[in-house]
Ligand binder design. Structure first.
Ligand code: SF4
Ligand code: SF4
Ligand code: SF4
Length: 584
């Protein structure tokens, strides 16, 4: 590799040719502040927070470090008086139109703008004057846009484009420039897939998940209600980040403790219904293979992906498995089987879910998601919202003892745990298919070929002498590649496909804890968080969904007409809606 010698703040460093000043500084162990920059996603040099002084033989001058390339012999000053003055002026300009409501802002203490202002001692703006004001966009169930806190960094625009959705962009010009939907449409009038990726990268409180925690506090205070909660597989791998724990710490036991201390009557594990999804989905695949059904079959666990398919490939919905997502299956079982066992009228149960995903807020309101005649799930909150509830309740999360989920809906297998990572659903399905098709209790359950954080993975798996071709995609743009291949006649010969709406799957869902961009640029969040799940899977005695005791009990006591039987079909399966992108 060709190397270049530069001096950063007087320290000599050798960096690969083609590096930017920002990359060179990171190699030298120095962080230059950024606001609009996202590595390989939004390298636009627009906000000018990252200015540094460089000297290439013609004297020092200010450049934007995130896009400016290093050259041999370059001298760089990252914190000179001139640099600091420039950054302060930029921050004052940003603050001149900013709603500075830090006292109650949901992003306070986790806001990149607030941190910059604190670091540079900027509190007021010398440029106060005309300030446009914006109404909040609360039109969708999953997010709130508050452009009074927007810094025009366009990170949200970049990730929405990466999702192959692109429903947001810059409107108007000059001081009126604002980020929103074309023609000033409300977000719910666009083909937004509710993935929430924009909320995970926004550096400020301009884009946030819609907060539903007050509904939970109200339900917990209502003596006529039994409030139960389920937690998705990936939440245990990320919740600790809300309390400063290292990325990739599995906090399953502390999470259960915290939920009990918040007052939930029962703490269930969505993992049990991930196992349920696998057995229902595997059965559906076998039926399609035997009866000439639509193939390849595509998973339907990810509501962001389902909405993507409904909007962008409405003529291909027959490929989707009719299985409800694990969230909805758990909700259905809680309000039918468990309600009857516990002797509680389903109308008196408030069923809460904690999810990695803002699209789950949309999913709970979909039609055909009410097995007991009432919504399967009443309130869906994100990992971030649970973190705030634990904070508000004064629970010292890091010192909590480990506790176990409530049974019977708290028992799971390793197959369910890995649902939270891209490829996890596929691997879980392959473990079950391998046993069912060979008629054996196979001990080799690791299907490494479908692991990893790449957007699109393909594998050929030999089961019982037959080669089965599968694909795994995560993100809207990877989904587009897969769907276009299917439209071209499936030349790859795929039989079964897993698609997740978010890059890397649920561990990187739009409702997961927010890490500053400097961390997102340098740590592979998807891989580190997924490792926590694969480690847990490896340590478990049961690693195949069909071995789960709760699955065996459910089919012997409740779904007695078997996998895909009439009752299971009524409770656990759903239908889809071809959607128009815009109602012209
Ligand atoms: S977005 Fe940041 S700076 Fe603005 S009010 Fe919220 S916490 Fe404060
Ligand atoms: S939720 Fe997803 S699809 Fe909707 S605007 Fe944000 S990034 Fe785009
Ligand atoms: S909404 Fe957030 S991410 Fe989008 S441009 Fe504004 S500050 Fe940046």
């Amino acid at each position: 590799m060709d190397m270049i010698n530069v001096k950063i703040n007087g320290i000599a460093v050798s960096v690969p040719k083609g590096s930017t000043v920002l990359e060179a500084a990171r190699i030298a162990g120095m962080e230059i502040p950024t606001l609009c920059f996202m590595k390989e996603k939004n390298e636009i040099g627009a906000c000018r927070i990252c200015v540094v002084e460089v000297n290439e033989g013609r004297g020092f001058r200010l450049v934007t470090a995130c896009v400016y390339p290093v050259s041999e012999g370059m001298e760089v000053l990252t914190n000179s008086e001139k640099v600091q003055k420039s950054r302060k002026t930029t921050l004052e300009l940003i603050l001149s139109t900013h709603d500075k409501s830090c006292l109650s802002c949901v992003r306070s203490t986790n806001c990149e703008l607030q941190k910059l202002c604190r670091d540079y001692g900027v509190e007021f703006s010398a440029f106060d004057g005309f300030k446009p004001t914006y109404e909040l966009d609360t039109s969708t169930p999953h997010l709130v846009r508050d452009n009074n806190k927007c810094v025009l960094c366009r990170r949200c625009v970049a990730v929405c484009r990466e999702q192959y959705v692109s429903v947001i962009g810059a409107n108007d010009r000059g001081i009126d420039t604002n980020i929103g939907q074309a023609f000033n449409l409300k977000l719910n009038e666009t083909p937004c897939i509710s993935c929430g990726q924009c909320t995970a990268v926004c550096p400020t409180g301009a884009l946030t998940e819609k907060d539903d925690t007050d509904k939970i506090w109200a339900a917990l205070a209502d003596p006529t209600k039994t409030v139960v909660v389920q937690t998705a597989p990936s939440v245990r791998a990320t919740l600790g980040e809300c309390f400063g724990m290292p990325i990739g710490t599995n906090v399953e036991g502390k999470m259960v403790s915290a939920l009990r201390r918040l007052g939930f009557a029962k703490v269930f594990d969505t993992d049990f219904s991930a196992d349920l999804t696998i057995v229902e989905e595997a059965n559906e695949l076998v039926q399609r293979l035997n009866n000439g059904g639509t193939l390849p079959m595509i998973t339907s666990c990810s509501p962001g992906w389902v909405k993507f398919c409904e909007f962008y490939y409405p003529d291909m919905l027959a490929h989707l498995s009719t299985c409800k997502s694990p969230q909805q299956m758990a909700g259905a079982v809680i309000k039918t089987y468990w309600a009857e066992k516990a002797g509680i009228d389903p109308k008196d149960i408030v069923s809460v879910s904690v999810m990695p995903c803002t699209a789950k807020k949309f999913e709970i309101g979909r039609p055909d998601q009410s097995a007991a005649g009432v919504p399967d799930v009443d309130i869906a909150i994100t990992t971030r919202e649970l973190g705030r509830m634990i904070d508000r309740a004064g629970i010292n999360f890091t010192t909590l003892p480990d506790e176990e989920f409530d049974n019977p809906l708290g028992e799971d297998t390793g197959a369910a745990v890995i649902f939270g990572a891209t490829g996890g659903v596929m691997e879980a399905a392959l473990r079950t298919a391998n046993d069912w098709l060979t008629g054996k209790d196979n001990t080799d359950v690791d299907f490494e070929a479908v692991r990893g954080t790449m957007g699109l993975k393909q594998a050929t798996v030999n089961i019982n002498g037959a080669d089965i071709k599968v694909a795994v995609a995560s993100s809207g743009s990877a989904a587009k590649v897969v769907m276009d291949r299917l439209k071209a006649g499936n030349p790859d010969g795929w039989t079964f496909i897993e698609i997740m709406g978010c890059p890397g799957g649920c561990v990187n869902g739009g409702g997961q804890p927010i890490q500053p961009q400097s961390v997102r640029d340098t740590v592979d969040l998807k891989a580190v968080r997924a490792k926590a799940l694969y480690d847990q899977d490896k340590s478990m005695a049961l690693r195949k969904s069909h071995d789960s005791p709760v699955i065996k009990t459910l089919y012997s006591e409740w779904y007695t007409d078997g996998f895909g039987g009439h009752k299971a079909h009524h409770d656990l399966h759903t239908s889809y809606i071809p959607r128009k992108k815009y109602n012209a």
